[in-house]
Design a protein around this ligand. Structure first.
Ligand SMILES: [Zn+2]
Length: 134
């Protein structure tokens, strides 16, 4: 099983229009979408922080389907130097219609869901200190 502390998932700072950091984005291969978490101004690249999972998928081994999640059901995120704007397009999110269909079917393992989940964030350069490879 996953050892959260040993294997954090990468989190990418999301910048607002004025260049300020407004969030920490984490690609969730279970939900097949970017989850948005809070980001603190003092975080530096390499900082590891715990977040309660935002997932809704019943087969994600890291969590339960509905909030409130116990603290232990979250994940560890390691802040990356690479900004979200550069990595956003490395994976393809489902459309709103696809997302609704997935939720309606309880994230049943259809071919489409399997294809979305097979996507991996591939490390682009040294600004990535951790990759999501589980
Ligand atoms: Zn998720």
């Amino acid at each position: 099983m996953t050892d959260h502390a040993a294997r954090p998932v990468p989190g990418f700072p999301e910048h607002g229009r004025r260049g300020n950091i407004v969030g920490l984005k984490m690609w969730c291969r279970w939900c097949c979408e970017w989850h948005t978490h809070s980001h603190e101004e003092w975080y530096a690249a390499g900082h590891v922080t715990h977040r309660v999972a935002h997932c809704r998928t019943p087969d994600n081994p890291n969590l339960v389907p509905n909030p409130p999640y116990p603290e232990s059901e979250g994940y560890w995120i390691e802040v990356q130097a690479a900004p979200f704007s550069e990595v956003e397009k490395l994976v393809k999110e489902p459309t709103t219609a696809q997302r609704r269909a997935m939720a309606r079917r309880g994230y049943e393992q259809t071919d489409a869901v399997r294809r979305l989940r097979a996507q991996r964030l591939v490390q682009q350069d040294a600004r990535w200190t951790v990759v999501h490879d589980e």
